[in-house]
Design a protein around this ligand. Structure first.
Ligand code: ARG
Length: 473
């Protein structure tokens, strides 16, 4: 390295050895793609077996290669492998060590393959495994909600719109809303697995190869449904990563909404739930506090996952076919989102299972804010034959009176109610209580406990079938 390069004042900076060092630093991905070591080695072993089976390399060389690769796997897992930035990425780090271990046979492994199809394969395998982890984590979260819902199918709570008390519901019904949301995430995860389940190995640099390879054989050996059908697309496609990030962003959004509710519910003002000590922290100055830090962090981490999705969408937009080095920037966003999402789901599952529910506080709140006003209006329509608009008006007057007298709707006397509308009878008190209101909402998907229990049974059955049916629905 010449002195001018080494000491360039304008841009040399900390790169003592000049342009080559800067190039190495910007080019290397080993700092993060080492995470793909197991997939890289698995892909290489399958590739070597196929090369031997088709007679492209000798069985003897293949045995050496496979043995060497397995040695490297143990070295990495034992923390004894020395990763080198000079060797750029996981693929070249492994291949270079293989040459040290098995000599010239190592040079035959890369026949009929390029790093372009190799990295596409490794990354697909990794994302597929992550989606499978997400699948299992979501099932656990859904099961946690199902058991809370079962326990609280009849526990009264206020339902909200605009975060204003709207109509009474049950806590079980509210839990089942999250079951619906996370079950949709689960179907998205399973759909994403379906679509990525094709092996790009054998696409080579971009055009395929003249060697008589068997792509179906490697696809099968690596657990894919089939090989990809277009070699150009195989090395330029990162939809599977974008889909993972999209699924993760939607799921994180659900987790964040749940986290926000937990934050609200656990305030002393609401007091609907009490977080377990394991999922809350104290304050260093205010001894009375119990803070929902884990929920707040779940809410915040959603921002990171959204950022990861936008980062990769932005990397991919405008890239010409087929491979461009830009695509090396695909991994960190996915790794970060995966690690973040796994933690978020686990934390929410723990919180949901552990929090204690304050039935009394929920019930009290359920009755406040004239939450059964709609029930009065509905009664006027059903029993007194009023058009709904008129019933709405009559009810409005009853609420105004109750507000003036500072009492609940069912504390107005029959005379007071009849003064507002003479068609009202004693029977109306059967619908003005919170529990009568909830019990009456038996429409399919409604909040009546019997209906909530029906939906719990449905999802338990679906989940059980889901183990054998990827589609879930
Ligand atoms: N480290 C590279 C990546 O992650 C591997 C593929 C390199 N291919 C190439 N033609 N330079 O994308």
């Amino acid at each position: 390295m010449s002195d001018t390069k080494a000491s360039n004042q304008m841009w040399g900076g900390r790169f003592a050895s000049g342009p080559a060092a800067i190039m190495e630093a910007i080019n290397a991905s080993i700092g993060f793609d080492r995470k793909l070591y197991a997939q890289d080695i698995r892909g290489s072993i399958a590739h070597s077996e196929m090369l031997a089976e088709t007679g492209i390399i000798s069985r003897e060389d293949q045995k050496k290669i496979a043995h060497g690769l397995n040695t490297i796997l143990s070295e990495i897992e034992a923390g004894k492998f020395e990763f080198s930035t000079r060797l750029e990425d996981i693929h070249m780090n492994v291949e270079s060590r293989l040459a040290e271990l098995v000599g010239p046979a190592a040079g035959r492994l890369h026949t009929a393959r390029s790093r372009n199809d190799q990295v596409a394969l490794d990354f697909r395998l990794w994302v597929k495994e992550e989606l499978q982890r997400t699948d299992a984590a979501l099932v656990a979260l859904i099961e946690a909600f199902l058991s809370r819902a079962e326990e609280h199918a009849a526990t009264l709570m206020p339902g909200f719109t605009h975060l204003q008390t709207a109509q009474p519901v049950t806590f079980g019904h509210h839990c089942m809303a999250y079951v619906e949301m996370f079950a949709r995430d689960l179907t998205r995860v399973r759909d994403a697995i379906e679509r990525l389940d094709e092996s790009p190995l054998g696409a080579a640099a971009l055009a395929g190869t003249g060697f008589p390879i068997d792509r179906h054989m490697t696809a099968k050996a690596l657990g894919f449904r089939e090989p990809t059908r277009n070699s150009i697309d195989s090395v330029s496609d990162r939809d599977f990563a974008l889909e993972f990030l999209s699924v993760a962003a939607i799921c994180a959004t659900h987790l964040s909404r749940l986290a926000e509710e937990v934050v609200i519910w656990s305030t002393p003002q609401f007091g609907f739930v009490r977080l377990s000590d394991s999922f809350s922290t104290g304050s260093s100055i205010m001894p009375q506090k119990k803070n929902p830090d884990a929920a707040e962090l779940v809410r915040a981490k959603t921002g990171r996952i959204n950022g990861d999705l936008i980062a990769l969408l932005t990397v991919m937009k405008g890239l010409p076919l087929a491979y461009s080095k830009d695509m090396q920037e695909d991994k960190e966003a996915v790794f970060d989102a995966a690690e973040t999402l796994d933690l978020m789901i686990a934390a929410m599952t723990g919180m949901v299972s552990d929090m204690s529910i304050n039935d009394a506080a929920m019930k009290r709140a359920a009755g406040s804010g004239y939450s059964t006003a709609t029930d009065l209006a509905d009664w006027l329509v059903r029993e007194a034959g009023l058009p709904f608009r008129e019933a709405h008006h009559v009810t409005g007057r009853a609420v105004a009176l109750a507000e003036k007298k500072k009492v609940a709707l069912d504390r107005l006397s029959l005379d007071e109610l009849r003064e507002i509308d003479s068609r009202i009878t004693d029977d109306v008190f059967n619908v003005l209580s919170v529990s009568a209101s909830v019990k009456s909402r038996t429409s399919f998907g409604g909040t009546a406990p019997q209906e909530v229990r029906r939906q719990i049974r449905y999802w338990k059955k679906r989940l059980k079938q889901g183990a054998t049916n990827r589609k879930l629905r």
